[in-house]
Design a protein around this ligand. Structure first.
Ligand code: HSE
Length: 421
């Protein structure tokens, strides 16, 4: 006999509509496969036109979320409105009313996870949020369940579909703005695309993954650089040097000290992550026991994301009752992090230019690995350098000094190089 589960859905936008579409099509299949019969008891949103178009009946619709929370028949609330408010209120009230919650709300989990997980514990219910990170990739389940017996050491993630799409299209010859426009048309970008291109969306997702992988309360803001300063030249130079540029979320746990950062990163061309294209996301995990694993798939989009929302509903209906365990761990000071660097200067074409730049680097203990300048008959020329390992502190100090030199005509572009083993 199937187990009947009544759900309340808050938010009938892109992903919420996807949940209804999938249930309209696959409800019986889900029931046969899992023994769970999922019924949409009530849907709440400020606009309900979508819901009517999807065949939901008037008695299933409301603009008042309290109706879902007070409904004794509803055992799981799905929150898909996103943002902080009123999503936080809805989730906390649902948990306090002893309802399980499924959400795709990365911003809320990243910022208010601690309070939400405490409320989960106090009320002996659970929360699942697979769709918050990596679209349809089951990365949270992998970290929390499949790899629960391991010590995860490092995570490298392509966590934002929009920026990966832009970087891929730039490799193919499109300009940055053309590629961003296309990503918006295809519906990958956040309503405010600066969240994507400035790396904030990836940073929220990285915070969630790192907190689960390292059992850490991530309280600091993650060091975040976006892709807005990159241009086609950087992509071409990277290619010549044997690298591809990806916006990576990087989390490392070295002897209990956590390093977290999001920035454009040069990866060896033959690395698996370097070949993740378009809006696809991928997470590369290094653990003591598993050694390495890479999960890869659509990081955005209606049906891929709605599918894992329903996967969470099915897990909870089957009795999954996740617990969340976190310690206060301080993240490493970004200034102390070591990396190799790519630098692109726009400099005057005149005697002594290289000497001035290399003096600043040398004075800051930075060793140059390679230099390239093409013969171009112009007043200003790009100069490309890669360095050996240096601290972030020394590099930022050098770049600041170099940008002030009279021979430098634009802010220097800095890209960190990561050789992922
Ligand atoms: N704007 C996000 C992205 C959507 O581009 O990946 C999924 O979180």
């Amino acid at each position: 006999m199937s187990k009947e589960i009544n759900i309340g859905l808050v938010g009938i936008g892109t992903i919420g509509s996807g949940v209804v579409k999938i249930l309209n099509k696959n409800k019986e299949l889900i029931e046969k496969r899992t023994g769970i019969s999922i019924n949409i008891k009530k849907v709440c949103d400020v606009k309900l036109d979508n819901a009517k178009e999807l065949g939901l009946k008037d008695e299933q619709l409301t603009k008042n979320y309290e109706e879902l929370i007070n409904d004794k028949d509803i055992s799981i609330i799905i929150e898909l409105i996103g943002g902080y408010n009123p999503a936080k209120d809805i989730i906390l009230k649902a948990l306090k009313a002893k309802k399980h919650v499924v959400t795709a709300n990365k911003a809320l989990i990243a910022k208010h996870g601690k309070e939400i997980f405490e409320t989960v514990k106090e009320n002996n219910v659970t929360i699942a949020f697979e769709a918050a990170v990596g679209g349809c990739i089951p990365i949270i389940k992998s970290i929390k369940e499949s790899y629960a017996a391991d010590n995860i050491k490092r995570i490298y993630g392509i966590l934002n579909g929009t920026t990966n799409f832009i970087l891929t299209k730039m490799e193919e010859g499109m300009s940055y703005s053309e590629a961003l426009k296309k990503a918006q048309e295809l519906g990958f970008a956040e309503s405010n695309p600066s969240f994507d291109v400035e790396g904030k969306d990836a940073a929220q997702k990285l915070a969630i993954l790192a907190s689960l992988a390292f059992n850490a309360n991530i309280t600091e803001d993650i060091f975040t650089w976006g892709i807005t300063k990159l241009n086609k030249n950087d992509i071409d130079y990277a290619d010549q040097l044997g690298y591809k540029i990806k916006l990576l979320g990087i989390a490392k746990n070295e002897n209990g000290e956590i390093e977290l950062r999001v920035h454009p990163t040069m990866l060896p061309k033959n690395h698996e992550l370097a070949n993740v294209k378009n809006e696809l996301n991928a997470v590369y995990i290094i653990g003591e026991n598993i050694t390495k694993a890479m999960l890869y798939g659509k990081g955005a989009g209606q049906l891929p994301t709605a599918t894992v929302v329903l996967g969470d509903v099915i897990d909870i209906a089957k009795g999954k009752n996740d617990i969340f365990y976190f310690k206060d761990i301080k993240a490493k000071d970004i200034n102390k992090i070591k990396s190799r660097y790519y630098l692109r200067y726009l400099a005057m074409e005149k005697p002594g230019v290289l000497a001035k730049i290399t003096k600043v680097l040398g004075d800051n203990q930075i060793s140059i690995a390679a230099v390239e300048q093409k013969e171009i008959n112009k007043e200003t020329v790009p100069i490309i350098m890669t360095t050996h390992e240096a601290t972030e502190e020394n590099m930022m100090k050098s770049v600041k000094e170099i940008n002030k030199l009279d021979i430098i005509k634009e802010d220097t572009v800095v890209i960190r190089i990561e050789n992922i083993s």
